[in-house]
Design a binder for this molecule. Sequence first.
Ligand code: CP
Ligand code: NVA
Length: 309
Amino acid sequence: MSAYRNFIDISDLTASEFTGILADAARMKARRGTPAATVDKPLAGKKIAMVFEQPSMRTRMSFDVGIRELGGEPLMITGREIELGERESIADTARVMSRYVDAIMIRMLNHDQLKELATYATVPVINGLTKRSHPCQVAADILTFEERIGPLEGRTVAWTGDSNNVLTSWVHAATKIPFRFRIATPAELAPNPALIAAARGQGADIELTTDPAAAVKGADSVITDCWVSMGDKDEGRRQNLLRRYQVDEALMAKAADKAIFMHCLPATRGEEVTDAVMDGPQSAVFDEAENRLHAQKAVLAWVFGAKVA
Ligand code: CP
Ligand code: NVA
């Protein structure tokens, strides 16, 4: 049996593993910058590859800083410079990288290729976003929700907009933590029925609608994301379909009084969200971005089986 774990999807973890990562993240965040933080060095002597096939600011910086804070050394590689998946097979890339580094964090659109990489790697692989999912983001989102609102269990979360990778990871989270998840998308961009059926089969409380107002009514958090994700080709069609899913002050007013607004960023202000909401009192987006760092430090410790005191 291998002595490490991969972090590819929240759906791969047990509920207690996932909530354990969130609890570790909160503990590490609380002692960051204090003398007590010296206990958080599970990556001492370890080198971690950060491989990016697509652009990134938050994922790149938060992993780089997090790896250093945990005592490790990051190595940044772009997919372009190694011609990922072109110059040699993904399997051979995985085998070779495993001889150099102690873990691989990778962003690549093709989820099946990321899984293939994990199959042939002999070190932990962490999903830094694929076209299918963005689990590190949703770990940070839930950390943010729980800091601002309290335990997610029993609360209501509303998603409005496209059904994309971030949404998929939220659906996976809904199978681990019992909360109500209302999803509003245009019918043409509805989530994959198999994803929703599988999640409901595992007890997730998910409501689908095409009406953003119905989704956000009384919700504790309103979440959206860009209308055009990396790799999407039908920009004009998406903008037309998604126009009425914008989060503006009128939509936020339908949520609970203390509801927070979340967005993984980068945001296209004026499309999926207005400036007034992004910069308004309910916006948690910059805490969310910061929490990528804390959540990922907990993920990095977890893949090596390190205990966070
Ligand atoms: N939210 C997020 O993953 O941002 P980046 O694309 O900048 O990494
Ligand atoms: N859904 C977005 C998230 C970016 C962090 C994308 O995939 O481009």
